[in-house]
Design a binder for this molecule. Structure first.
Ligand code: SF4
Length: 315
């Protein structure tokens, strides 16, 4: 907190709880996440739930920033960490299992993939992106034990708390399944991060803010918020090109994000306020490429309104 900033979880005058602040406070060092593709698929792609996936999914299962996915997992991690350390020489690494649904396998396969990462000295922690319908009790038990060895996060995509939107996106799981997963994880040492997307077709600004309000009633530790990206080759891109639907302007996105931060629980970590897609495949909106401008505008608006994370959350 500084003299002019009433928000206490901050070392750099931000008015929300950044992941950098969390890592800096906990490890006193820069921490970087190394994105990995472990070769999983997704029940929404292989026909178990459906084919084709969520309408916004690029076919790389959200792993667009992974540059070396043809390498072995160990090599992916080593190359990725090396790259991060060129930018931040002393940084520590988290293994970030990002592509597709990273718990969509039997326990034997899960152990084969994850055990070596828990055994490595150069892995500080493990993050696992998955779907709520890919978390069996035995998988939760396995990661609950592992979470006592190394910090472990499970990331779940909510996108919207409105089932109508989820159906339109072809998510093929309900919001209730996500709330249930958060309840199952709450008494374990596993930390949870929930993704949401602003600007989904058919949603108003109030719907987007309501998603965060509803999420706030459930147990979770962190959130990633970003604007909908229309990516080349997705079902959404086809829908967009066939009948253009309105996308949020930068100004509207900033307005929504600030209002979402206000209703977010005070102690929740904000991992992202921008997306991490590859600019070369992006059809729209092009303003999302300039991530620093987006976060600067959010900071400026919070100062102008003298507001902060959790100001209107009631907790
Ligand atoms: S759940 Fe994830 S990996 Fe599966 S189709 Fe949807 S966005 Fe893609």
């Amino acid at each position: 907190m500084t003299m002019n900033n009433p928000y206490t979880h901050s070392h750099d005058n931000k008015r929300y709880f950044t992941i950098n602040h969390y890592f800096k406070t906990k490890y006193h060092q820069k921490v970087a996440k190394v994105p990995l593709n472990a070769g999983f698929t997704c029940p929404n792609r292989d026909g178990t739930k459906g084919f084709g996936g969520c309408t916004f999914c690029s076919g790389k299962g959200s792993g667009d920033s992974i540059l070396s996915f043809f390498d072995s997992l160990a090599t992916q991690y080593e190359l990725g960490l090396e790259r991060m350390q060129r930018k931040w020489p002393d940084c520590l690494g988290f293994a970030y299992f990002q592509s597709y649904s990273n718990t969509y396998a039997d326990l034997k396969t899960i152990k084969k993939i994850y055990d070596p990462f828990y055994a490595r000295n150069d892995v500080l922690g493990v993050c696992i992106a998955t779907r709520p319908d890919c978390l069996t009790p035995e998988i939760i038990d396995y990661f609950s034990v592992k979470a006592k060895e190394k910090e472990t996060w499970i990331e779940l995509g909510l996108q919207s708390a409105h089932d109508k939107t989820m159906e339109r996106l072809n998510r093929l799981h309900t919001t209730q399944e996500l709330w249930d997963a958060l309840e199952q994880l709450k008494d374990t040492p596993i930390l949870t991060c929930v993704h949401i997307i602003n600007g989904l077709p058919g949603e108003t600004k109030e719907d987007m803010i309501d998603t965060v309000r509803q999420l706030g009633k459930h147990p979770f530790d962190a959130i990633k918020i970003h604007m909908l990206h229309i990516i080349e080759g997705t079902v959404l891109a086809k829908q967009y090109q066939e009948h253009l639907f309105p996308l949020l302007s930068l100004e509207d996105y900033v307005d929504v994000a600030v209002r979402q931060l206000e209703v977010l629980p005070y102690d929740c970590i904000v991992e992202r306020l921008t997306g991490d897609g590859m600019a070369k495949d992006l059809i729209a909106p092009l303003w999302t490429i300039k991530k620093t401008i987006v976060t600067n505008e959010i900071d400026k608006k919070m100062v102008a309104l003298n507001t902060w994370q959790g100001k209107k959350s009631g907790n």
